[in-house]
Design a binder for this molecule. Structure first.
Ligand SMILES: [Zn+2]
Length: 64
């Protein structure tokens, strides 16, 4: 009789940018057009080298 309208947290998709020079990884929210091994997506914070996307994954926020 009761309609369960339980709110489930939406998974958040992240892209991991990896520096091609020093391999520092940066996690950032997924953006439209991202795909794995996409090149020249940004600049490394550490060495200002070019980064590529090494991984895309989703995380479900833990309910608090
Ligand atoms: Zn770097």
């Amino acid at each position: 009789m009761v309609t369960m309208s339980e709110k489930k947290p939406k998974p958040i998709v992240y892209s991991i940018e990896e520096c091609k020079s020093c391999n520092v990884k940066t996690k950032r929210p997924f953006q439209m057009g991202d795909y794995i091994y996409k090149d020249d997506v940004g600049e490394c914070k550490e060495c200002h080298g070019k980064t590529l996307i090494s991984m895309i994954y989703s995380e479900t926020p833990k309910p608090t």
